[in-house]
Design a protein around this ligand. Structure first.
Ligand code: NZQ
Ligand code: ZN
Length: 401
């Protein structure tokens, strides 16, 4: 086990009906004026927004609203939100939604105290030093932003989708009410589960270590998701399935599934190769759902890199799918690893995720368009498990058609 720092300061308030308790918790923390940030309307249609507003009002917390965050949120709305938050003098930023609303809210929260343009934090011109507090109501378990140190924003003008990391914008409090997820479309449920599994895999295949405890936590999360996701799809109102999936999404990405696997104590475990490859897809076409993009690229990445450390993939095969090689020959090892990757991909496909990138309506010729921005974001060489050149990235994309 490598040395590590684990920091997860968020208070998670989990369970049936916690949506109606937000006001008392927000008031208890001394916040008086909240900027509610939400997406394209699901929280209006489901009544969640009204419940949040009612609860805040009952505790004397005022609310102003910023609506319209799109999936793969764009910096333009972040800038609007920063102006609004300043004008309205809010003291807490309060997203109600998924990773997109929460990431938009995070960027507003660290944009408000900064005099320059918020994109400076994504282009590494500035470092986050101050941030308004964030509280959130999660409506889709997927990105794990409710407990993460990441914020991912697209810039359409530059054709970029970029993340920035800081412990300063981990939410102070996150409300996780599994019943809110009953209304999720099957595709979003499936994409969310895929994203969670990817968050665990990026850390598991960090390339820099292993730990029996962390490896069991990691693969335990994946096994639970493999059990629960089909139940949630078949019975959208199955509380136990929804609740397990919701908590899995947080644990997959609050860093507990990577303790001891990082190269340096303060770094996040893993090279995040599949995420790097995916972010170029959803930057290229904002209609691509992040989790679905991961279903397209992650198995291809695994097939490309596993020979770098077959033992690690064999451990994964055993821990997740009870697959073992029949003997120690190279052929048996390859069969076992390939069977595990096949099973993982078949699981994604059974959930309704794409098997190939062609299913997004993009063509192999488009791959060359992804490489300049990948280079701008990650440089000539990136990755932890295996160092990847841009040519390697191209080969991985092409193998996913
Ligand atoms: O916009 P609305 O109308 O609210 O609809 C949303 C959206 O269309 C809908 N939805 C959410 N909750 C619902 C619901 N529909 C019915 N009932 C509900 N209860 O679901 C759609 C997807 O929402 P979104 O917030 O975009 O999903 P997700 O949580 O997957 O977030 C994706 C974004 O997070 C980023 C991704 O790249 C992407 O931009 N990520 C953020 C991370 C982080 N901050 O730590 C890490 C991830 O790796 C990821 O990169
Ligand atoms: Zn992700």
């Amino acid at each position: 086990m490598n040395d590590f720092v684990f920091y997860s300061p968020t208070e998670f308030i989990f369970g049936k009906g916690v949506t109606d308790q937000v006001g008392e918790h927000i008031a208890k923390r001394g916040y008086k004026r909240a900027l509610l940030v939400y997406g394209k309307g699901s929280v209006v249609r489901t009544g969640t927004l009204d419940r949040v507003k009612k609860s805040l009002a009952a505790s004397g917390v005022e609310a102003v609203e910023l609506a319209g965050v799109r999936p793969n949120p764009e910096v333009g709305l972040v800038r609007e939100g920063i102006e609004l938050a300043r004008k309205e003098n809010v003291d807490v930023i309060f997203p109600v939604g998924g990773g997109s609303a929460i990431d938009c809210a995070k960027a507003i929260a660290f944009g408000v105290p900064y005099e320059g343009d918020v994109w400076d934090f994504f282009s590494k011109k500035a470092t986050i030093a101050e941030c308004l507090p964030i509280a959130c109501v999660l409506t889709i378990p997927a990105a794990g932003s409710e407990g993460s140190s990441s914020c991912v924003i697209s810039n359409d003008e530059l054709g970029l989708k970029r993340g920035t990391n800081s412990n300063l914008f981990r939410p102070k409090v996150a409300f996780l009410d599994p019943e809110l997820t009953f209304t999720l479309p099957p595709y979003q449920t499936a994409a969310g589960v895929t994203d969670m599994i990817a968050h665990v895999c990026e850390r598991y295949f960090s390339g820099t270590g292993s730990s029996s405890l962390t490896d069991n936590i990691a693969t335990g999360i994946i096994r639970a998701l493999i059990d629960e996701a089909p139940v949630a799809l078949a019975e959208p109102e199955n509380y136990e399935a929804r609740a397990n999936i919701m908590w899995a999404g947080t644990l997959a990405h609050n860093d507990i599934a990577g303790c001891g696997l990082s190269a340096t104590p303060t770094s996040r475990a893993g090279g995040w190769e599949s995420h790097a490859l995916e972010h170029e897809l959803s930057a290229f076409d904002a209609s691509i759902t992040h989790g679905a993009g991961l279903a397209g690229v992650m198995p291809a990445w695994m097939r490309f890199v596993w020979r770098e450390n077959p033992a690690r993939f064999l451990k994964f095969a055993l821990q997740v799918f009870d697959i073992e090689p029949i003997d120690e020959t190279d052929e048996a090892i390859e069969d076992a690893v390939t069977a595990a990757i096949d099973e993982l991909q078949a699981f994604f496909v059974d959930l309704g995720m794409p098997r190939t990138l062609g299913e997004f309506g993009i063509a192999p010729e488009d791959v060359d368009k992804l490489l300049p921005t990948l280079k701008a974001n990650k440089g000539e060489v990136f990755g932890g498990f295996k160092k990847l050149t841009l040519e390697d990235a191209k080969a991985i994309y092409l193998s996913a058609f």
